[in-house]
Design a protein around this ligand. Structure first.
Ligand code: GLU
Length: 396
């Protein structure tokens, strides 16, 4: 069978593949500690589930507008105004099948063959593949722990060519958990504006920030950057609604209309009653988000302390999201070797840094219960010590 060339250049999603493997092993009765996919372990809050059930009972089971339920588009625009200071109306918003799909629509709407898209590494696994699927060229700009895994304005400027169309920024970041400050964003925004680029800001983890960290949307830095900014987000992480597949893209009307045209010929509307659950998520109390954030903060601290107590591993403290991204450089293993052997020998699943463009790191999600974290960290400690031959007592 001859498949399309576009598929040949695209790799399978490692986050999904490893998560599926861990779930299958668990279903087979294997005692797995999984820190693989970034999926909150909480049930979707009851009032959101109830709103979707009521929508089903009320017959909200028909086709809807491709761009989304008008009430949900309005609620998202309102949220972007209230929480983020971005002046949008419903016409600036399209509801998509998750955050991933909002980015995919955007790529199809603005990328022509040969257009370059600047992506700081470590990056979320799907960004470069989406660019390639749209016919564009990902331009990867490596960053490291010394710069807190953040791209500098000079690095951004240096990566720009006449073919550059888009810059992707993700704060809080998956996989590093780093959060850009408002001054850092303003400096990057200046480079975007002076080179007449577009920027997409993936803000899916905006509600998950710790130790008083503030989330800022790059689109608020100046009127000029506002006109060039797209915001991608969704309900999965903040409201524990991963399987619902409800996300959004917000930005200039022309681009939202283009994304709507694409969606009209691909998925049409997002599941109607799921959208009514999402409306309830935005219009009800946000206490459930805070409850989950507080739990994540506790787990982050526990996992951070345990990892840094393992000789051979080191980890910067993230300000947001629910990932740690430790360096394994001292172990001498590639990230795939490390993760394969860890799964085989200790039944601990995590994601190799190579999936995010950083082969000397591994990613652990702490969106899981404290018991799994404790057991998993013991196994990780044992694994790293067995490899290094270290008998040194843990530093905790
Ligand atoms: N975004 C989550 C992660 O990075 C879920 C899996 C995926 O969509 O890649 O683990």
């Amino acid at each position: 069978m001859k498949l399309a060339k576009r598929v040949e250049q695209v790799t399978p999603s490692l986050t999904l593949a490893i998560d599926a493997k861990a779930k299958a092993l668990k279903a087979d009765g294997v005692d797995i500690c999984s820190f693989s996919a970034g999926e909150p372990d909480f049930a979707t809050p009851a009032h959101i589930v109830e709103a979707a059930k009521q929508a089903l009972d009320a017959g909200k089971t028909r086709y809807g507008a491709a761009a989304g339920e008008p009430k949900l588009r309005e609620a998202i625009a309102q949220k972007l105004q209230n929480d983020n200071g971005l002046c949008y109306g419903a016409e600036n918003v399209i509801v998509t099948n998750g955050g991933k799909h909002s980015l995919f629509n955007l790529m199809l709407a603005i990328i022509d063959a040969g257009d370059e898209v600047i992506i700081p590494a470590p990056y979320w696994v799907s960004y470069p593949e989406m660019v390639k699927l749209a016919g564009g060229t990902p331009v990867i700009v490596p960053t490291d722990e010394k710069s807190q895994f953040k791209i500098t304005p000079a690095q951004l400027q240096q990566a720009i060519t006449p073919k550059t169309k888009l810059f992707i920024i993700n704060s809080p970041s998956n996989p590093t958990g780093m959060v850009y400050t408002s001054a850092e964003l303003a400096a990057l925004a200046e480079v975007v504006v002076s080179n007449d680029l577009l920027v997409v800001s993936d803000e899916i983890y905006e509600k998950l920030v710790y130790d008083g960290t503030q989330h800022v949307s790059i689109g608020t830095c100046s009127p000029e950057i506002y006109e060039r900014t797209l915001v991608s987000s969704g309900f999965a992480k903040a409201y524990s609604m991963t399987g619902w597949r409800v996300g959004w893209l917000a930005g200039p009307v022309e681009i939202i209309r283009a994304a709507t045209r694409i969606q009209g010929h691909s998925t049409s509307n997002v599941c109607t009653f799921a959208q009514w659950g999402a409306i309830a998520a935005l219009e009800s109390s946000q206490a459930c988000v805070e409850t989950m954030r507080v739990a994540f903060a506790e787990r982050r601290q526990a996992m951070f302390d345990r990892i840094n107590a393992i000789p051979g591993l080191s980890c910067a403290k993230p300000d947001g999201a629910f990932y740690l991204f430790p360096s394994i450089a001292k172990t001498g293993m590639t990230s795939l070797e490390f993760c394969d052997a860890l799964l085989e020998e200790q039944q601990v699943a995590l994601i190799p840094g190579i999936a995010f463009g950083a082969d000397d790191c591994i990613r652990l999600s702490y969106a899981t219960d404290m018991d799994t974290i404790n057991r998993g960290m013991e196994r990780l400690d044992k694994f790293v010590r067995s490899r290094s031959g270290s008998t040194e007592a843990p530093r905790l």
